[in-house]
Design a protein around this ligand. Structure first.
Ligand SMILES: Cc1ncc(C[n+]2csc(CCOP(=O)(O)OP(=O)(O)O)c2C)c(N)n1
Ligand SMILES: [Mg+2]
Length: 729
């Protein structure tokens, strides 16, 4: 079906008076007096605008033939070609999904033109597509320094702030970086997205950091078409919200006016580049052809509104301007327009026949490759053991502290940050002394915003550093989990591992804090983490494992780019005893030989033959205590398996230890629904294990305050009773 925008453009250009007959502009002249654009640049940018428009039309054509899978377009937003032109091709870019123009203009700067085919490859989900390998239609290319984004609006802003932060922080630390040290970050998004708390938090983080003198070279670009799908943004809202924000320099331009966008974008980019502070470019645009191919715009907009937008079509404006300026005749504009259509349709026809990902193994390869690599890595490095090993038995808290010192020593790009981690040294003193040892550039307190903390890590990781953010309590992961899930975990997937996301997210969690907290300090919900494809979840219980697993996580994430989550059992931080007061059996030296714990390897205690207890974290201590009682009181001989890694689960170890006794009791301090035990039992069933399987868990409940907490948390008596019943049934 012919698109109205197509016909309108052709008719409007045909009707233009021909002024170029009398005055021919020279290519190196400014396109108009005092313009920041030359005629040559303007013509190139018009070419990118035409390319972007015809890609949108081709997307619909491909869709109508069952060959294309994505029709959200850039039509009306093509003014963003001038934003690309105002930047350097090495400035990292995290882009809105209407960035066809930006992408093509940047591709022109680097290799003159190849961008068209790339976008089409994305639309048809071809494996040849250069960034995601056919996994998603994204704007991204490693050599263009465009980092691909997911479709979750605004979720890329925290990472963008993190990248901006890392550019200057890396320079201050003397570290190598993927981008020149005077780079700036550009991050674009829509007007509706600008209201998202994730966007507002990120902008706030940038402004807050700059306010404190932290360098923050980021240009936020709001492409304001006045609508989000069908919901209008109140006229003037974006200006009202951002124009007078202290610490955020505001620039504005009409996105249909190519020279004006270029002038504003160039001024904004220069401002950010020189001052290393955040700025906001408000580009007003129109949205042509609806939200996506499937969107019937007529259902919620009047014909008059749609027509008014067609009149503001940026292509039409550039065409009129170029004709008026004597750069092109209307006939030449139309010839360029039709030539571009023909070029793109020919390419579209070709790419429509290209292979797509075939088979699940091909789809998940970025994940499986990373995890396979991860399993082979154990930490190495001369600074490591001397730093962790104090020679004396340590608590879990001190072991983690020592391991963090070792990581900061071994990896110049390692940074430890979060709420209260630096000056206070952590709520539980786990990071005590690190600030003094590694300095304020590498150990620092952040704003009180978990999305911002994770965003800093996401940005630092993609910039090549080794971020170790802390989430103060597991309960507070949940308001920011998408930064791990939608951003951290997907980056290698959607970039075919061309971009990596190293980070070790430390989270203090689990229950059993006696007399303290309530649900927010005692949270045992980790299902939201366990179902994220491709991340590694470490859950140490004992000091030696805690040290070793931190070192493993650092080495693995550094080498493979896989995000690691490291769950710290708060209740065991300062535990000393296992069975009896003063036995000191929960302390452990953290010496070299023990400090090699590969990802996905469990640890077995004892060689009992009657029962295998499978557990982790606080469950390990309870399980070991119950095991002794079972031997002493009931004559039941038990082996206890500490999973240590909750993703990927150590399935081989579980199966081996299960077969050794024929009876498995899963002791899971998390919830009955969505807890770890479901994964363990499933692994046994999947393997065809025919022995007895039981599980004991905490309740499907939030954890209340005071002693009532104990009523919903798994306890030793329950474990003991279940074990006796299982063995004697
Ligand atoms: C977090 C999230 N919620 C909802 C959506 C669904 N969605 C996709 S685009 C969109 C509207 C975005 O509008 P705007 O930011 O103005 O960008 P525009 O499409 O107008 O360029 C919505 C609600 C999403 N992608 N992400
Ligand atoms: Mg919008």
């Amino acid at each position: 079906m012919a698109e109205q925008v197509d016909e309108y453009f052709t008719a409007a250009v045909s009707a233009l008076p021909d002024s170029a007959q009398t005055r021919r502009a020279r290519l190196d002249d400014p396109v108009e007096p005092d313009s920041t654009l030359s005629v040559r640049q303007a013509l190139d940018l018009f070419d990118a605008q035409l390319g972007s428009r015809h890609l949108d039309l081709a997307a619909r054509w491909l869709r109508s033939r069952g060959k294309g899978y994505y029709t959200i377009g850039s039509s009306g937003h093509e003014g963003n070609v001038a934003v690309a032109a105002a930047l350097r091709p090495t400035d990292p870019a995290l882009l809105h999904y209407r960035s066809g123009g930006f992408f093509l203009a940047r591709a022109q700067q680097v290799d003159n033109g190849d961008g068209l085919r790339d976008v089409l490859l994305g639309i048809v989900a071809a494996t040849e597509e250069p960034i995601s390998g056919g996994r998603h239609k994204v704007f991204g290319r490693h050599d263009l320094h465009i980092i691909p984004q997911t479709s979750t609006i605004a979720s890329h802003l925290p990472r963008a702030v993190g990248v901006a932060f890392s550019i200057d922080r890396a320079a201050e630390l003397g570290l190598a970086l993927s981008w020149p040290h005077d780079s700036i970050v550009v991050c674009s998004f829509g007007d509706a997205s600008a209201n998202h708390s994730t966007a507002l938090g990120a902008i706030n983080t940038a402004v807050n950091a700059a306010y404190q003198g932290v360098r923050m070279p980021i240009l936020f670009v709001c492409e304001d078409n006045g609508i989000g799908i069908s919901t209008r943004t109140a006229p003037g809202w974006i200006a009202s919200a951002f124009e007078a924000r202290a610490g955020l320099e505001y620039f504005a331009a009409d996105g249909s006016d190519l020279p004006a966008v270029h002038a504003s974008a160039a001024a904004a980019a220069q401002w950010v580049r020189e001052r290393r502070r955040p700025a906001f470019l408000h580009m007003t645009t129109v949205r042509l052809m609806g939200h996506a191919g499937s969107d019937l715009e007529a259902a919620y907009r009047t014909p008059g509104e749609i027509l008014a937008d067609l009149e503001r079509d940026p292509l039409l404006h550039t065409a009129k301007f170029l004709v008026r300026a004597g750069c092109l005749t209307p006939a030449e504009v139309l010839a360029m327009y039709e030539d571009k259509r023909a070029e793109i349709l020919e390419l579209a026809e070709e790419v429509g026949e290209l292979p797509q990902l075939a088979g699940a193994a091909a789809v998940v390869k970025p994940i499986t490759d990373a995890l396979a690599e991860a399993a082979t890595i154990t930490p190495v490095g001369p600074a490591r053991t001397s730093a962790v090993d104090a020679g004396e038995p340590l608590t879990v808290a001190r072991a983690i502290n020592g391991a963090l010192v070792a990581v900061l020593t071994d990896y110049p790009g390692a940074m430890v940050f979060g709420q209260d981690v630096a000056r206070k040294g952590g709520v539980y003193c786990v990071t005590r002394g690190l600030l003094k040892k590694a300095g304020p550039l590498r150990v620092f307190d952040t704003v009180l915003d978990e999305q911002a903390i994770l965003g800093l890590a996401l940005g630092a990781g993609v910039a090549g550093m080794l971020p170790i953010p802390e989430i103060q309590y597991l309960a507070y992961l949940h308001n920011a989990a998408d930064q791990i899930r939608g951003e951290g975990a997907t980056l290698q997937f959607f970039s075919n591992r061309q971009y990596r996301n190293p980070m070790v997210v430390r989270i203090a969690g689990y229950g059993y804090q006696k007399g303290f907290g309530g649900h927010f300090h005692n949270d045992n919900a980790i299902a939201a983490l366990r179902d994220i494809p491709g991340i590694i979840i470490a859950s140490p219980a004992r000091p030696d494992d805690a040290a070793a697993m931190m070192l493993t996580c650092a080495a693995v994430t550094h080498a493979t780019g896989t995000p690691c989550v490291y769950l710290e059992p708060i209740a065991l931080y300062n535990t000393r005893d296992l069975h009896d007061d003063g036995d000191d059996q929960w302390l452990a030296p953290c010496q070299d030989a023990a400090l090699r714990v590969p990802v996905g390897s469990a640890r077995t205690y004892g060689d009992g033959t009657d029962l295998t207890i499978v557990t982790y974290a606080n469950g390990l201590r309870m399980g070991l205590r119950v095991a002794r009682r079972l031997e002493q009181r009931h004559g039941i001989s038990v082996r206890v398996v500490d999973l240590r890694w909750l993703a990927p689960l150590p399935v081989e170890d579980i199966l081996r230890e299960a077969h050794a006794t024929g009876r498995v009791l899963v002791v899971d301090e998390t919830r009955r629904s969505g807890g770890v035990s479901e994964g363990v039992v499933t692994a046994l069933v999947d393997d065809g294990f025919t022995g007895a399987i039981r599980r004991v868990t905490s309740e499907d409940s939030f954890i209340p305050l005071g002693d009532a907490a104990l009523t919903v948390l798994l306890d030793e008596d329950t474990i003991e009773a279940a074990a006796v019943k299982l063995v004697h049934q």
